[in-house]
Design a protein around this ligand. Structure first.
Ligand code: IVH
Length: 718
């Protein structure tokens, strides 16, 4: 089945036409649309299963599929024999040999809301006649499914899922995966032959490394670790598969043949096996004991559906802490007898259901690019998108960073793009879908002049960013003021971005010192400013004059000076203007201040305009003197340096840093011999590796950090 580019364009157009209908109407009312829908689903299955190169997000596919299911349910006579709802999956790639699975590999029914799980439980109870059912819950690994056959303790065959009935024989490729043993002592449990299902996955870390490699070669990056895993299984060169660093979880035993030898020892082994195999959780334990990577540590067993629902919600909240992607949870009836009794439909087992997490990916169109000027003059391209809803938020623009990024992602105006929004992370464009171009797309032209002040843009050789270097550029001035008043800097509440822009446009505010001479009587005349809001504004401005010095330093927006460096800079001096006389070499002696940072700080304090601004601020009452904060007397953490890496479980990084500081600790930005404690959260990367090489650094977990804080608190003098 080959789709030419014309058909591909047409089917994509039709997908985009039908998707909003699928999302807004309960069933498909038009007969022609229904035929179209079937064709579209076949097309996207081919892209997904055969080519491992989907053109729409999974969630979008699911919605189209569910729409067809709902329509066919209402009008069974309209269901045609070729409906995608009637078969399990896909066609096969001719490259590998096709073999039949011992037991068909079914898919899972999907659910998206707690009510769906309550419904599932109700059906299970009804069908089984039971009053209470035990469930085993485990992650839904987002990878490519495989089936393994072990005979007489040896791995004899591995296959892809294929169309569910037959798969492709990929044993050689599977042998490259370290977590899949080539032999295991199944005979200890009286097992002669066993077919096991699982998922081949690629960790987030390996996936990122792999994509970096692809983009360095000028190839298109892959949308997600699942596509990478699925593609890898179909590689012709097994060495290439080994390089991809794949992993696997084995989560289901689909067939077992027990030894029927009359030997008493064998019979004892069989009895042991039977006992383990009586429940799903027992099967996972058995696999684990035999050295296969089952979700033994990840699984949880619950006695009722409400506990399952709570656990699924917790798992969704924690999904980003895992080193691999999961796209939901799988809920399975734990008793294998009961599973057999419940049986299956043509599509999925009745004893299991997938609870899918909120979608993170969607496709949309790149309509154009705007260029924004930031406070350091950096010009950032921002993609304007056809609005699309993702995880409950409508997305219509996304930063695309710089020229290099645009080149790497091969973006063009008019492209269809796959976008992603992971947890709290800012949305990103994952990739463009160049196959869907029709020739009307245009290149993204980077401006040569500042879009705001029209002065020429410059780029340093070592940088990817173009900058407007006119420090009077209106855009920069406004952004600098916005940064100065922001929460982490001077925290002038009720000032805010919108007000800065408004006051600037009206000529009431032209620079940072202007904040302290803002003509409040004129502001009071503006619409929306009552007596109370003026009072609030005035007291917030007044209060900011006494902010600790590090906040002022951070608020100045000196390049490369983040919150941590600002604290380092505030510490050793008595007055901010002391920095006029400090050399770059001296600056570099400070914790975390390297050559680049020192040069930037030095340049800032050598610029007469900046000095004038600071003097003005001081005259207006802003505190430039370092009123050193009191350090708790406990002494235990005083002067000890801390660095946090990876994702913390119980606090945000900022909270944890504040806790350490409250005990006299100092936060640093990088690993060096001066570091005392590296606190390691999930998914820690290069910092951890570096710290391991320096044996004076205490590498501690989040729990150990909490203990440390608690002990010092308890020991602190009252
Ligand atoms: S059980 C007969 N358990 O999800 C039951 N499937 O959308 C077979 N998957 O085709 C499936 N994690 O590829 C099961 N813990 C898990 C899973 C899992 C991921 C995949 C599997 C399946 C697909 C269904």
């Amino acid at each position: 089945m080959i789709y030419d580019s014309h058909t591909l364009q047409h089917l994509t157009h039709e997908t985009n036409r039908l998707l909003p209908l699928a999302q807004s109407t309960p069933i498909c009312a038009d007969e022609n649309d229904m035929a179209q829908l079937r064709e579209i689903l076949h097309f996207h299955e081919h892209r997904y299963y055969v080519l491992s190169a989907p053109l729409i997000a999974d969630y979008e596919y699911d919605q189209l599929f569910k729409w067809l299911v709902a329509t066919e349910l209402q009008f069974p006579e309209k269901r045609t024999p070729d409906s995608p709802t009637l078969r399990i999956g896909s066609s096969l790639n001719s490259q590998f040999q096709t073999v039949a699975h011992l037991v068909p590999m079914l898919s899972l029914d999907n659910s998206y809301q707690p009510e769906d799980l309550i419904d599932f439980n109700r059906k299970v109870l009804e069908l089984s006649g039971a009053t209470q059912v035990t469930y085993c819950v485990e992650p839904k690994f987002d990878g490519a499914s495989i089936s393994l056959l072990y005979e007489n303790d040896r791995l004899t065959r591995a296959t892809t899922r294929g169309d569910g009935v037959e798969g492709e024989e990929i044993t050689q490729n599977i042998r490259q995966i370290r977590s899949i043993p080539l032999q295991a002592s199944f005979s200890d449990f009286g097992i002669k032959q066993i077919e096991i299902r699982g998922e081949v996955i690629m960790s987030k870390q390996s996936f990122d490394a792999f994509n970096r490699e692809l983009s360095a070669q000028g190839s298109n990056v892959l949308a997600n670790p699942r596509n990478a895993a699925a593609g890898s299984l179909r590689m012709k060169d097994t060495r290439e598969v080994a390089r991809r660093k794949l992993d696997a979880f084995l989560y289901h035993i689909s067939y077992v043949l027990l030894d029927d030898t009359n030997n008493i020892q064998v019979q004892a082994a069989v009895a042991k096996g039977k006992q383990q195999l009586a429940t799903h959780s027992g099967s996972l334990e058995l696999l684990w004991e035999l050295g296969l990577r089952s979700p033994e540590k990840e699984k949880r067993v619950f006695e009722n559906i409400n506990q399952v629902i709570i656990y699924c919600a917790e798992a969704e909240a924690g999904r980003d802490n895992l080193p691999y992607e999961i796209d939901g949870m799988v809920i399975k009836v734990n008793s294998i007898d009961l599973q057999d009794q419940l049986g299956m439909t043509s599509h999925h087992p009745r004893w299991a259901i997938a609870y899918k997490f909120k979608a993170r990916q969607a496709t949309t169109q790149l309509l154009g690019v705007e260029f924004q000027v930031g406070r350091t003059g950096a010009v950032t391209p921002v993609a304007k998108l056809a609005p699309v809803s993702l995880g409950g938020v409508t997305i219509s623009s996304i930063s695309i960073h710089n020229e290099e990024y645009i080149r790497e992602k091969q973006l063009m105006i008019g492209d269809r793009v796959l976008i992603e929004r992971a947890g709290d992370v800012i949305p990103q464009i994952v990739q463009s879908l160049p196959e869907l171009r029709n020739g009307s797309e245009t290149a993204i032209q980077f401006p040569t002049h500042c879009p705001v002040c029209k002065s020429e843009l410059f780029k340093e050789e070592t940088e990817a960013v173009w900058r407007c270097i006119n420090i009077e550029c209106e855009a920069q001035v406004i952004e600098k003021i916005i940064h100065f008043v922001s929460k982490d800097a001077m925290d002038i509440k009720s000032f805010g971005e919108a007000n800065v822009r408004k006051f600037y446009e009206m000529g009431l505010l032209k620079d940072i010192p202007g904040i302290y001479t803002l003509p409040l009587d004129l502001v009071a005349g503006l619409e929306g400013f009552g007596r109370k809001s003026i009072d609030n504004l005035q007291s917030a401005i007044e209060a900011s004059k006494q902010q600790p010095l590090h906040r002022l330093i951070y608020g100045l927006g000196i390049r490369f000076v983040g919150e941590t460096t600002a604290k380092t800079l505030a510490n050793p001096i008595t007055h901010l203007l002391d920095y006029r006389n400090i050399s770059e070499e001296h600056l570099m002696a400070l914790e975390d201040v390297g050559k680049k940072v020192a040069a930037s700080i030095h340049a800032f304090f050598s610029n007469p305009q900046n000095i004038e601004m600071l003097e003005q601020l001081e005259k207006l009452g802003v505190q430039l003197v370092n009123q050193k904060k009191e350090v708790p007397a406990s002494g235990a953490l005083t002067g000890k340096s801390f660095l946090f890496t990876g994702t913390l479980n119980q606090f945000t990084r900022k909270q944890a840093e504040e806790m350490a500081e409250a005990q006299g600790g100092v936060i640093v930005g990088s690993v060096s011999a001066k570091l005392n404690y590296l606190v390691v959260g999930a998914d820690a990367g290069s910092k951890l590796e570096k710290a391991k090489k320096i044996n004076t650094i205490h590498v501690i977990s989040e729990e150990e950090f909490i203990q440390l804080i608690q002990t010092t608190q308890n020991n602190a003098p009252a």
